[in-house]
Design a protein around this ligand. Structure first.
Ligand code: ATP
Length: 257
């Protein structure tokens, strides 16, 4: 397990069950500053649950997650101010305008009254939201809501960025923009954890691709690899075969045949 000083996010032995069903199973994962790690997996593989555990949005049954060296269960404003996130549907106050939402996000992440206007202006420009600043967020299209969610996650220049399927609802220009934003954030030293179903997209931004399957991290893929799709399916198939083999009666220790 990586214990370097520049480790920004560390997950150790995370386990989460809903009812009897295991959603996240003994996951160990580390992200260093400046690293982009992509999580790929089928629907229901456990991507969102893992991210929610990393953000203390849900509690693990076993294991722990830490950000900037602090267990998320006890992390305070000093740590959370350095985190930007967008999980599932982007959050925005529906009655507030785009500019007001971004102002709120900036202030909630600790930017001062002096710092906030410049940061809001910059992120508005960066996400191409200039035409919508006075629009209530409830009236935005899905894609622009997504852009607002991303802008809210980025306005305070976080050192850890966690994005759950951020390309959802974005048009091609938005996808390119997001890719640039992620790459720029990483160059500036931000650790980025991003989930996606789009293997091609992931290959363009990630330093490392972690495959999650049935709640487990089952291997890593090289983003530079020749046929990422093929390698992904091979990896999940191998994981299924391993699981089937260990579940076979003759492999169950302590069981009488
Ligand atoms: P998708 O790609 O479809 O978004 P995912 O990889 O993000 O999927 P999760 O949302 O983490 O997957 O779900 C993992 C498993 O946990 C699924 O079986 C899901 O049904 C279950 N699960 C997630 N959240 C809850 C919940 N609040 N209550 C019950 N089960 C849940």
């Amino acid at each position: 397990m990586n214990t370097r000083a520049d480790t920004v996010l560390r997950c150790s032995g995370l386990l989460k069950r809903f009812g009897g069903e295991v959603a996240v199973n003994d996951i160990n994962l580390c992200l260093d500053a400046g690293e982009v790690v992509a999580l790929i997996g089928f629907n229901g593989a456990g991507k969102t649950t893992l991210m929610r555990l990393a953000l203390a949005m849900t509690r693990p049954e076993a294991g722990e997650a830490s950000i900037f060296g602090q267990n998320v269960a006890t992390a305070g404003p000093q740590q959370w101010r350095r985190v930007g996130q967008m999980i599932e549907t982007p959050f925005a106050y529906p009655e507030l305008t785009v500019a007001e939402n971004l102002w709120a996000a900036a202030r909630l992440h600790g930017l001062t009254r002096t710092q906030a206007p410049g940061a809001v202006r910059a992120v508005t420009e960066r996400l191409d939201l200039g035409a919508y600043t006075t629009r209530r967020s409830s009236t935005l299209s899905q894609g622009n809501k997504q852009r607002l969610g991303l802008a809210s996650a980025l306005v305070h220049a976080p050192r850890l960025l966690i994005l759950d399927e951020p390309t959802n609802a974005l048009d091609p220009a938005g996808v390119v923009l997001l890719r640039d934003l992620v790459q720029q954030a990483a160059r500036e030293g931000t650790a980025v954890l991003v989930s996606s179903h789009h293997l091609d997209e992931v290959a363009r931004v990630a330093d490392r691709v972690e495959v999650i399957h049935r709640g487990r991290l089952v291997g890593q893929l090289s983003p530079q690899g020749a046929d990422l799709e093929h390698a992904f399916f091979e990896m999940v198939h191998a994981a299924d075969c391993d699981a089937a083999q260990s579940a076979a009666p003759e492999n169950r220790s302590g069981e009488v045949a």
